[in-house]
Design a protein around this ligand. Structure first.
Ligand code: SF4
Ligand code: SF4
Length: 387
């Protein structure tokens, strides 16, 4: 298992991290025997970084970390990361939340403590509710070893947050897709230019790059892909075709300055594949990078709604969230699902849903892409009604 000595604070961690947010479940919650077997396999392989949070698995994940790791393994054989939920800290008090989390995970010192879901306004939020002083004191008192944050904000706001507090590390979402199609490179460079230890979350975009459209998947199953892989893994021919997810994980692990790549593993086959990828990491060759470039071309050629999410159509008198609906529809085509669309009717008031469209045409007049918005919304509504 590849290991990394962290800059700034020191300490060695495995480059593969286990995210405890997508554990196998049964009707009662986390399937403890199945999940503990995965932990045992990861520990045996030398994985030392385990990431949980207050909210994961309906508040059961931190307790699972205690049962599966803290009670069963020597304290110096693993590290635990968990995260302060600022919204809850505002309601219950930052100190009370921290104390509860420390009890949940059952360790004297939390190795990596993150502010969860940080954006451009979070430094002010932390100061307003006193969370900044609480976590700094927890570090001085030896109850936290390293302080960091997980980024969920606008790219341009990241530098001011990086410079707004004495962080020991940072976690961002990054994948080859984010790098090429979105602002991933900018996020990465903001962190690495400050020499801050970097942890990557969602390297497979919540599974989206594993479930990608068949036109993309076939690039990773092509002769070009197998030929490129066989240079790095001479025994690969004749065995199972490596998953699309494995390309995404290796892409992240190949980036200089990336210390840990988190994977929210859900079953033993993912555990075993990931252990193989990181034991040790083989950085992508030029031939393998060409395969990823080809996959990105396939992504760009998919039949998407040509919406740039520019928001010019936000004058809709019924506040129908047109860009988010089209973004969600495109995610279904690219990645097989969309969190937004799956829950759209729960978090959009009835008067703002597609069915309230009066076909006034204001949105179509504003759209610089000339999208036939009314017709496409009708089609989307019909698809959503079918489930
Ligand atoms: S046509 Fe429908 S979606 Fe477009 S602005 Fe009018 S009400 Fe909104
Ligand atoms: S104006 Fe057109 S391109 Fe811009 S967000 Fe609305 S639908 Fe998308």
């Amino acid at each position: 298992m590849d290991k990394r000595n962290l800059s700034k604070t020191g300490g060695e961690v495995s480059r593969l991290g286990m995210g405890l947010m997508r554990l196998p479940c049964d009707e009662k919650g986390i399937d403890r025997p199945a999940a503990e077997a995965m932990i045992d396999r990861l520990m045996e392989a030398g994985v030392t970084y385990y990431d949980t949070a207050w909210f994961y698995h309906n508040h059961q994940s931190e307790g699972f970390a205690k049962e599966a790791l803290v009670k069963r393994y020597a304290r110096d054989t693993f590290t635990i990361a968990t995260k302060m939920p600022l919204g809850e800290a505002e309601k219950q008090g930052a100190q009370a939340i921290f104390d509860q989390q420390q009890q949940n995970v059952g360790v004297d010192c939390i190795d990596f403590y993150l502010m969860h879901g940080i954006n451009g306004g979070s430094i002010d939020h932390m100061a307003r509710i006193g969370a900044d002083e609480v976590v700094a004191k927890m570090k001085r008192d030896g109850r936290v070893r390293r302080l960091g944050f997980s980024w969920h904000g606008a790219t341009d706001d990241l530098p001011k947050v990086l410079d707004g507090f004495d962080w020991d590390f940072c976690m961002i979402q990054l994948s080859y897709y984010d790098w090429i199609a979105l602002d991933g490179q900018k996020l990465y460079e903001a962190v690495t230019s400050r020499n801050l230890p970097l942890i990557i979350m969602e390297p497979v975009r919540g599974g989206g790059l594993a479930r990608c459209h068949p036109d993309v998947a076939k690039v990773f199953e092509s002769e070009q892909a197998m030929s490129a892989l066989s240079q790095s893994y001479p025994d690969i021919r004749g065995g199972p075709c490596p998953s699309a997810a494995s390309w995404a994980l290796r892409w992240c692990a190949s980036l200089p300055g990336v210390d840990v790549v988190l994977s929210g593993m859900s079953d033993m086959s993912q555990v075993n594949e990931n252990i193989g990828l990181f034991s040790p990491v083989k950085p992508l060759s030029d031939a393998e990078r060409a395969v990823i470039d080809k996959a990105m071309v396939a992504f760009k050629e998919l039949p998407l709604v040509p919406c740039t999410e520019c928001n010019y159509c936000d004058k809709c008198p019924n506040s129908i969230p047109i860009p988010r609906l089209f973004g969600g529809k495109n995610d279904v085509v690219r990645f097989g699902s969309s969190w937004y669309l799956m829950n759209y009717k729960n978090w959009t008031k009835p008067e703002n849903q597609i069915t309230s469209c009066t076909e006034c045409g204001v949105c179509e007049e504003a759209c610089p892409q000339g999208i036939n918005i009314i017709e496409r919304l009708k089609l989307l509504e019909a698809e959503l009604a079918q489930g």
